[in-house]
Design a protein around this ligand. Structure first.
Ligand SMILES: *Cc1c(COP(=O)(O)O)cnc(C)c1O
Length: 366
């Protein structure tokens, strides 16, 4: 099996990590490299570590296990709140986890004690985005219940932005994290040295020097892998955006009318597509579909091509004017955005290829 194939350039990912690690170092921030969009790929993780990431993080235990099996020795962080039913595995696979629930923390404490381990915990605080985390008003009450649980070490506070509510990190909301940390340290006579100030949406603040100086950790995935911050999806200066491509093969190339013939009802996904009559168009069908990648995650590399439809296993491209470039058996390349890369990396039908500049090239079977 050769196609569809996702090609990741590890040198670019390493260089992107280097650019972000440089900005982090200037502000005494520890860089956590997030591998989840690449399903915990050890190849991508290696590039992040060469580029300067100090910790690796993923939202799934399976992916953390994959990283450990590959011989990676840096601390591993679980990003998604643990399921209470997987407490034992969390403690054995992750060095650090992000938490907001007393019941789960108690389970982690029991598991850690049983395994004779100290599990490090970052308590998550919701500063407005409304995904995970304690509201600042309840954090103190919850902290009181959990901070002395055996087997756990509370190392700091964390927060997340721009995931559910699309809330933008600012000096003001990040300073709430600092204030809360200072209050907990004072009231409970503890040390909470880590302030984990968000994901790639915090990169604009980092670049403009507006990130509060007490913030000393960022968890970055998209910024490293696709070279974009996630507030406006602008390129990060000095990074490369062309790190990930999808390649698919042409299986039909014919001219057809642009309006379906016959009575029109639903498409394969229960939607009612609308068609505009543009006359006869030359179209290529590619052997790739929604089982491999979301069509919205793809942008054709060749200008002038347009994705006009997708079903489970087919992608239809208007190639009018450029059809000579795409005969049967040829391939077409697409640039991937975050959603496209996530799907392509997750689909077992998509081959994964990793490029290194020194003409080393490795292909990993899915
Ligand atoms: C996914 C995730 C990140 C990384 O997000 P990016 O936008 O890819 O940088 C950081 N923290 C948490 C909790 C996450 O779930």
């Amino acid at each position: 099996m050769a196609y569809p194939k996702v090609i990741l350039n590890l040198d670019y990912i390493e260089a992107n990590t280097g650019v972000i690690a440089h900005h982090c170092r200037r502000h005494a921030i520890q860089l956590v490299g997030v591998t989840k969009v690449c399903c915990g790929s050890p190849e991508v993780a290696g590039a992040m570590l060469r580029g300067g990431a100090e910790i690796l993080a993923d939202s799934r235990l399976d992916n953390l296990a994959k990283l450990r099996r590959a011989g990676i020795t840096v601390p591993l962080m679980l990003l998604r709140l643990p399921m209470v039913t997987e407490a034992q595995d969390v403690v054995s696979l992750a060095d650090i986890s992000l938490n907001s629930e007393v019941k789960t923390l108690r389970a982690l404490s029991t598991a850690a004690t049983r395994l004779n381990k100290k599990h490090r915990v970052i308590l998550m605080v919701d500063l407005g985005d409304l995904r995970e985390g304690l509201l600042p008003s309840t954090a103190e009450k919850v902290f009181k219940k959990v901070y002395r649980l055996p087997g756990l070490e509370f190392i700091g506070l964390g927060t997340n932005f721009a995931c559910y509510g699309g809330v933008v990190p600012t000096p003001e909301n990040l300073n709430q994290l600092v204030t809360l940390r200072d209050k907990l340290e004072r009231d409970f006579q503890v040390r909470l040295p880590v302030l984990s100030g968000g994901n790639s949406s915090s990169i604009p603040l980092l670049l403009s020097g507006q990130i509060p100086p007490q913030i000393n950790q960022l968890r970055i995935g998209e910024g490293i892998i696709l070279g974009r911050e996630t507030i406006h999806r602008n390129p990060i200066p000095g990074t490369c955006q062309d790190t990930a491509r999808l390649v698919a093969e042409v299986i039909e190339e014919q001219s057809k009318p642009s309006i379906p013939r016959g009575e029109v009802s639903q498409d394969a996904f229960g939607e009612h597509p609308v068609f505009i009559d543009r006359g006869e168009r030359c179209r290529a069908i590619l052997a790739v579909g929604r089982q491999d990648v979301t069509p919205k995650g793809l942008e054709p590399l060749t200008p002038g091509l347009e994705i006009i439809g997708a079903s489970s296993d087919h992608l239809i491209i208007d190639v009018t004017g450029r059809h000579r470039k795409f005969p049967i058996g040829s391939t077409m390349e697409f640039v991937l955005n975050y959603a496209g890369l996530l799907g392509a990396m997750t689909s077992p039908y998509v081959e994964k290829e990793f490029l290194y500049s020194q003409n080393r090239q490795g292909t990993v079977k899915p």
